[in-house]
Write a protein that binds this ligand. Structure first.
Ligand code: AMP
Length: 362
């Protein structure tokens, strides 16, 4: 039996972006302090925490000092080297651990696990050369298809759509032409949804309502909970999430992104990917749920009981503010129904997530 870390304990967070910032803010409400470890000088999370370490993820001396200053470590960014988590695990509990990270960092591992557990995914082929790609497109996986790097892709980066067999060489070049890719059948989906859920140290499990997600230019634009799917489909999505978390000995909040195909009795879910962290599609829970995904994660990491995931309105909408969209902040601040979250980033680069707005809908 693991005992819960009491208020006053410090949680180490690897990564200093907006997710780390919102985790630290949620932890503070519970009396849990945060120590952010991140390499970037202008990390948004540094603004809201008393302690931070600015160092690289492979700096073992800095990692050791960090580990000795905290009671548990978590992460807000899935591309932390697995070796870093293994190193820290010898000094302090890391939640989630290396097993979950290793799976979530590789699209092939994610899909293989989903299938092993009986869930569906898009058909796929492992691609390590242009010849592999040409062979796959000639046989089992006809175009249209999507070529993706297995590792380190996000917001549509490291991806190329292959509309015709003749596009193979261009697509291969577009993702960098290196071994370690995957070709997925293009899924003609009705919608995209995600399950954001948590697993506690004691194996307890709790999911938020399934959320529907709309992307623009490969970046999440809008999330609405609940998703427009049948109850049975929703249950399937939550059940797959629970089984994936159990298989990975997961502790903390995570998200599974799904494609929804068909409708009515033919409605189906295909696992797209897993994020081993709090997720953009769960930001609505800050105002829209009894417990936010950020508080839920801090509770899980600290060994506390999971909180209620009851939704607080018939529907809740979250819209991301990308790039110069944050320029609208005075108008949003004047809208009584809008809850603004500003990530405190100084520079509004194109495609950069600057903040979000949540609205409880009637
Ligand atoms: P991902 O990085 O895998 O989440 O992909 C980013 C977005 O690209 C997804 O949210 C989809 O909108 C789209 N996409 C990715 N893979 C596929 C696919 N196999 N079929 C159709 N759309 C896809």
């Amino acid at each position: 039996m693991t005992t819960a870390l009491p208020p006053g304990s410090t949680i180490g967070i690897l990564g200093g972006g907006q997710l780390g910032r919102m985790l630290a803010l949620a932890g503070a409400r519970l009396g849990l302090r945060s120590h952010i470890f991140a390499p970037e000088e202008d990390s948004p999370a540094f603004d809201v925490t008393r302690w931070h370490t600015r160092a690289g993820y492979r700096d073992e001396a800095a990692l050791e000092t960090f580990a000795r200053s905290v009671s548990a470590v978590t992460l807000e960014f899935e591309n932390i080297p697995v070796g870093t988590v293994e190193f820290l695990s010898r000094l302090v509990p890391v939640r989630p651990g290396a097993k979950a990270l290793r799976c979530a960092q590789d699209r092939l591992n994610e899909k293989a696990l989903a299938r092993e557990l009986g869930a569906m995914t898009a058909d796929f082929a492992v691609i390590d050369s242009l010849a592999d790609l040409e062979r796959a497109l000639a046989g089992p996986l006809e175009a249209p298809a999507v070529l993706k790097t297995r590792r380190f892709g996000y917001d549509g980066k490291g991806q190329a759509k292959v509309m015709r067999r003749e596009d193979a060489a261009a697509a291969w070049a577009a993702i960098g032409g290196k071994p370690g890719a995957i070709l997925e059948a293009f899924v003609p989906f009705e919608r995209e949804v995600s399950v954001v859920a948590a697993r506690g140290i004691d194996g307890g499990f709790s999911a938020f309502d399934v959320t529907e997600n709309e992307h623009r230019n490969h970046i999440l634009h809008r999330s609405v909970a609940p998703a427009r799917i049948s109850e049975a489909t929703g249950r399937m999505g939550v059940d797959t999430a629970r089984r994936m978390a159990e298989a990975l000995d997961y502790v903390g909040v995570f998200a599974i992104e799904y494609f929804v195909t068909g409708s009515g009795a033919g409605e189906r879910l295909l696992v797209n990917e897993m994020a081993p962290r709090v997720h953009n599609s769960g930001h609505w829970t800050i105002e829209g749920s009894d417990t936010s995904q950020f508080e839920q994660h801090m509770r899980a990491v600290a060994g506390w009981p999971l909180g209620s995931t009851r939704r607080r309105a018939p529907a809740v909408e979250m819209i991301n503010l990308i790039g110069d969209e944050m320029g609208e902040w005075t108008r949003i601040a004047a809208d009584a129904g809008a809850q603004l979250q500003h990530y405190g980033k100084a520079e509004a680069r194109a495609g950069r997530k600057m903040g979000h707005v949540t609205r409880l809908l009637g």
